[in-house]
Design a binder for this molecule. Structure first.
Ligand code: PA5
Length: 432
């Protein structure tokens, strides 16, 4: 078990550049806190679910994950938004950059775009592989995954004949939706997304857990981290609850004219975690003409592009720097007799050590430029701390949205493009 004291996120607000009168937030934070903790709103199920430690569910996820690992080389996960981003984020953060994960199975995501080329190339790549499909959609009607599922059902029928249905796992609502009806009719095995947990808050349900388990990540450790967060972040007092403090700081920065929050990290495997975070905050807060614009940068890459803007451009942004003290693997910098690149002074260091110094350099330079910086530090990049992290951000996001007076759990704006697209498709197909 990780050391309890080291297991928390450490939130450092010494470089935010503003003073906050915390006492102004005592009442609003505790009102929202009570609402989140006590009122069982229809979409706050994720708050208590890590505390439930549903052994039966985990055993059946484990069982199906083992079956998939035994019988397949590829798991195709079909889903969009909250139905894929969390799983992909954890998978990318904790599985190797190159080659296959330790189970020797690829977990590939589809249904998150409408690219015919992407889908066709994926189909072409499957010829000599054994396949399972996990289709994930809470509503069961989202167009992108629905189209992808039609393509892959068809493919699976042709590939595996009558037995194909054994290789399709559906993750959807327990009662409603077209996907539920299809799953029942076709005898697909099913996992359920609790009705009181919305898409972008669902990574710790079967939505995320099945693909994450197949990818070889320890879901028990992931949930242990979330459990720890669920306990620690039950604290009502804003100054003692780091998720609430983070929520208040970003709201205060927003009030003082900062329009963009840049999530920054120093490990490229976190790129999809940035995407998960962006979706969480954008869909939860971006409504009623309000909300910080969530964006992200991956350093060092973006130091050589967006870095210029951060240092000297329009001062509309602040940074939230996500940092993990320990990364599993590292590479040493070799000593070179000739030293013609003049890098021998670094030869006692590893590349991760240089990266750590570069983080300090970045913080110093950006602070000098007047960019407010929130630092969020975790002990180690592993399943446990990522479990903690996702819960931390979900709790912070719900608090932050309510402080802004918007509903964190709906996304009415997403419907607009769907409606227009449907109208246009019907017009084109029916009227030519
Ligand atoms: O957070 C959300 O609710 C959304 O991003 C959904 O996850 C996304 O739209 C996919 O919806 P569904 O799972 O119903 O296909």
């Amino acid at each position: 078990m990780p050391n309890k004291l080291l297991s928390r996120a450490i939130l450092d607000d010494s470089l935010i550049g503003i003073n906050i009168d915390w006492s102004e937030y005592y009442t609003p934070v505790s009102m929202v806190h009570d609402y989140l903790e006590e009122v069982s709103d229809e979409l706050t199920g994720w708050i208590k679910s890590p505390l439930e430690r549903n052994k039966e569910l985990l055993t059946s996820i484990d069982c199906i994950a083992s079956e998939i690992k035994m019988n397949a080389n590829v798991l195709i996960v079909i889903g969009v938004g909250g139905s894929f981003l969390g799983a992909k984020a954890i998978q990318d953060a904790l599985t190797p950059y190159f080659g296959l994960n330790k189970n020797g199975i690829s977990v590939i995501y589809v249904g998150q775009n409408m690219s015919g080329a992407y889908i066709q190339q994926l189909l072409n790549s499957l010829e000599d592989k054994e396949i399972y499909v996990n289709v994930v959609s809470k509503s069961g009607t989202t167009m992108e995954p629905a189209i992808a599922f039609r393509v892959f059902r068809n493919y699976m029928k042709k590939r595996y004949g009558q037995e194909y249905y054994n290789r399709i796992i559906v993750t959807t609502d327990a009662e409603k939706g077209l996907l539920k009806q299809i799953a029942d009719k076709s005898y697909y095995r099913q996992f359920y997304i609790p009705s009181n947990i919305g898409g972008r808050y669902s990574v710790l349900t079967p939505v995320g857990l099945l693909p994450i388990a197949v990818a070889g990540v320890n879901i028990y450790q992931l949930l242990e981290g979330a459990y720890e967060a669920a306990i620690l972040l039950q604290e009502e007092r804003v100054e003692q609850n780091e998720a609430y403090r983070y929520a208040v700081i970003r709201n205060e920065l927003f009030k003082r004219g900062y329009q963009v929050e840049l999530l920054a990290s120093f490990e490229p495997s976190l790129a999809k975690l940035h995407e998960w975070w962006k979706q969480l905050f954008a869909e939860s807060e971006g409504k009623d003409k309000k909300g910080l614009f969530p964006s992200s940068v991956s350093f060092s890459t973006d130091l050589h592009s967006i870095g210029q803007f951060i240092q000297e451009g329009n001062p509309i942004l602040f940074e939230t720097i996500l940092y993990f003290n320990e990364i599993n693997e590292d590479c040493s910098i070799p000593f070179d007799e000739q030293d013609d690149d003049q890098l021998n002074y670094l030869s006692s260091k590893s590349i991760n050590e240089v990266n750590a110094v570069s983080k300090e350099g970045v913080i110093a330079a950006h602070t000098e430029a007047g960019v407010p910086i929130i630092q969020l530090q975790f002990e180690k990049l592993d399943a446990y701390h990522l479990g903690y992290l996702v819960y931390f951000f979900m709790k912070a996001c719900a608090m932050s949205a309510y402080l802004l007076n918007v509903n964190p759990f709906n996304q009415p704006g997403v419907e607009a493009y769907k409606k227009k697209t449907l109208e246009m498709l019907i017009k084109e197909t029916v009227y030519g």
